[in-house]
Every structure is written in C-alpha cells, then in structure tokens.
Design a protein around this ligand. Structure first.
Ligand SMILES: Cc1cc2nc3c(=O)[nH]c(=O)nc-3n(C[C@H](O)[C@H](O)[C@H](O)COP(=O)(O)OP(=O)(O)OC[C@H]3O[C@@H](n4cnc5c(N)ncnc54)[C@H](O)[C@@H]3O)c2cc1C
Length: 374
C-alpha cells in the first residue's frame, strides 16, 4: 500500500486530537487525524461536558491558570466553530456550583478553595463559599439538606457531543484527512520524516502529535516521550427531559440544553467492565435527589460508564521530544474544558514547530522523574 504524506499527523480522534487537528488546519498545515474504529475506548463520547475551573490546580497552580485561560477563550472558540460549521455547541458560562450536603462537606470545600488560593502563583478564581440562602437565590429548587456550596463565575458547560460533531464537521471543511480504523501500531523516524505503521498502510508526516488518550502510554516511548497514565472510570445517569429549572451547572449534575439532567461525578480505579455495578450510579442519583428533591419523580432514561484519560498525577502532559524532534504528546483529563486551549494555543505552537517553554515547564512529563528515596 502506498504511503501518504502530511505536514502533521495527529494520533487519536477524540476531543484532544480533533481540537488540535482543527487548530493545525487553521494554521495552514496539511493534517491527517488517525483514529481507531468504533469499538475503541473513548472518553470523548462519554463525558459530563462541563467547562470547569473551580476545582482545578490544587498542587499545580499553573493548571488553574491554564484552565481559566481556556474558560475565557471558550466563547470565542465556540463562535469560530459556529461560523465554520453552522453548529451551535451551546456553550454557556453562567458560573457553577459545588454543593455540600453537610457542614463537614462545606468545610472541606472551603479548605480546598483556601489551599488553591494560597498556592504560590495562584490565579484569582473569584470563587466564594455561599450559605443555603445565598445558594437558593441562584438555585431556587435546592432541597433543605443543601447547607451551602462554592460558586465560581468561570464555570460553564456545553453540549459535548455537538462539540465533537462540530469539530469533525470543521475538520472535513478544512480538508483534514480523518482516517478511522487507522490504529497506529508503530512509529519510526527516518530522514526527518515520521512513519506511522497502521493496518491500512503507512502514513508519513514531518511532525506528529500524540493525542491518543490513555494509549499515549504505549505510543509516547516510541518517540522518546512518556505519558504515565492511571485510567479511571466514571458513571453517568441521565433523566428524561424536564422543563428548564437548573440555570447553573453543578459539578455533579447539570441540565443540558435539551432538557435532560445529567448526574455523575464518580471516580473508580477499576476500569474492568466486569466490575461495573449499579451501586455507584445509585449513590450519585440519591445525592442528586437530596440536592434537588424534584428529581425524585424524574425517570432515568440512560446510564453509561466511560474511562477517563488520567495522567498519574491528574495534571495535563504537554511535551516535545528531545530525541525525535517534531514529536509532541498531549494528554489530559478535562478535554472539554481545555478544547479551546488545544485548538487556539497548543496547535499553533505545534504548527510553529515548538511548544512554548512556559507551557512545557509545568506540564512536561519530566515532572515524574523524582528520585526514589533510598
Ligand atoms: C465520565 C467522564 C466525565 C467527564 N467529564 C468531563 C467534564 O465534565 N469536563 C471535561 O472537560 N472533561 C470531562 N471528561 C474528560 C474528557 O472527556 C476527556 O478529557 C477527553 O475526552 C479526552 O479526550 P482524548 O481525545 O484525550 O481521549 P479519547 O476520547 O479517549 O480519545 C482518544 C482517541 O485515541 C484513539 N486511539 C487510541 N490509540 C490509538 C492508536 N494506537 N492509533 C490511533 N488512534 C488511537 C482512540 O480510538 C480514541 O478515539 C470526562 C470523562 C469521563 C470519562
């Protein structure tokens, strides 16, 4: 089979790869986007769709700043996509809540915000702790068990599947070669050209961006990079469509633009489908009903679980290879939140041929090279 040649090959057609490929095409690059087939494990098809800021960056202030930057860029990003595709991804940023069902939970939330705020280099998230009455002014349907919550004006949400569809529509319109069923098995570099071996033949490119989610762990070492990952399962419960009542997203539930209520923020280390039980989803639903008693009479129409792309410390990895110049790796949880950054900030860097040192310094995988204690 003949090989095909591109300026950049992006490996992984999830939200991170699609946003990056689109950003590269906007910079004038000839781009191939290689993906697996329909049965692949893909976080981008099963997420909760928050553009979320208020809990990001404890332990790495640069991650807070990076998240705020994407939240601020999101409206512009959505507008460009709409311009190119006619599709509205329904981005809204009304500010979001993290609700507490006990004083203990509220104290823990306040402590966590204080620690975020007190970190060296912290950005001002403008987050505040509100008591029950102040929360009720913005969320009139909360139940009596809600003692309060934290609010952050940078938080929002989007229609995540429409985002995915609109990115793929925009990719097509810009001539990006989307290549499904092109699982990359091996990567080599000869004479300044990367050769990506797939069962459908070889793809050649001057640069590569690895955006294969948890599979970056296997691919990155082929080009002198690394991506230590720790995948994690999340479960989501979806109700029938209800009349609009929830005008702010909450970290554990949100009403979509279509009227359904999505519930879920679970984290399980086990990713084995055999270990999937109803207990986790039941706990999520039970807490949702305590927050909004009206949900007790709502019918559940769907539940699903999906595997989060999670680095070993939970913070993103953006890196470029020293041994294989032109090879980049991108992986993160929060690929919805960070989509604006990937398309508008990271992709132009890759198009120029190098990540900005200010991005690599906090987010390089070299941070995992801590010396073992003897
Ligand atoms: C339950 C849940 C809730 C979430 N909620 C939110 C949220 O509210 N807000 C938010 O910002 N984020 C959220 N996320 C995270 C978000 O969905 C992910 O960060 C994002 O989807 C990651 O995108 P990705 O492209 O890196 O990974 P994926 O979607 O997993 O895509 C990786 C792609 O790479 C392909 N691939 C793998 N190996 C190869 C190979 N060898 N060759 C070619 N292709 C390959 C796969 O087929 C796949 O299509 C949530 C995730 C889950 C699971």
């Amino acid at each position: 089979m003949a090989s095909r040649e591109f300026d950049v090959a992006v490996v992984g057609g999830g939200l991170v790869g699609a946003a990056t490929a689109w950003g590269l095409a906007r910079e004038g690059c000839r781009v191939a986007l290689l993906d697996e087939g329909d049965r692949a494990v893909r976080a981008s098809r099963g997420n909760f769709a928050l553009v979320w800021v208020q809990s990001k960056g404890l332990g790495l202030a640069a991650y807070s700043a990076w998240t705020v930057r994407s939240s601020n860029a999101w409206a512009g990003f959505a507008a460009i996509l709409k311009d190119e595709t006619g599709l509205d991804v329904c981005f809204q940023r009304p500010g979001g809540f993290h609700l507490a069902l006990s004083e203990r939970e509220l104290d823990a939330r306040a402590t966590s915000l204080k620690r975020l705020h007190n970190q060296p280099g912290a950005v001002d998230l403008r987050a505040e702790i509100l008591d029950h009455d102040r929360v009720a002014k913005m969320l009139p349907d909360i139940g009596p068990e809600v003692v309060g919550g934290s609010y952050c004006p940078f938080d929002g949400h989007v229609n995540s599947l429409r985002l995915f569809r609109s990115l793929h529509t925009a990719l097509r319109a810009r001539g990006v070669a989307y290549l499904p069923s092109h699982r990359v098995e091996d990567i080599t570099r000869e004479g300044g050209v990367f050769r990506l071996a797939t069962q459908q033949g070889e793809i050649c490119a001057g640069r590569i961006a690895l955006a294969a989610g948890n599979a970056n762990m296997r691919l990155a070492p082929m080009v002198g990079l690394e991506a230590p990952m720790k995948p994690e399962r999340g479960q989501i419960v979806v109700t029938e469509r209800l009349r609009p009542f929830l005008h702010h997203p909450i970290v554990t539930l949100r009403q979509t633009d279509e009227g359904t209520v999505m519930i879920g923020d679970s984290k399980e280390e086990s990713t084995d489908p055999a270990g999937l039980t109803l207990g986790v989803a039941a706990t999520e639903a039970e807490r949702a009903v305590r927050m909004f008693p009206r949900l007790a009479s709502a019918n559940v129409v769907r539940t699903w679980s999906a595997i989060r792309v999670m680095t070993r410390d939970g913070f993103p990895i953006y890196d470029e290879s020293e041994t294989h110049p032109g090879a980049f790796v991108l992986c993160c949880h929060s690929g919805v939140t960070l989509a604006a950054n990937h398309a508008l900030t990271v992709a132009p860097m890759i198009a120029r041929g190098a990540l900005d040192p200010a991005l690599v310094a906090p987010f390089s995988a070299r941070r995992f090279h801590v010396q073992a204690v003897e």
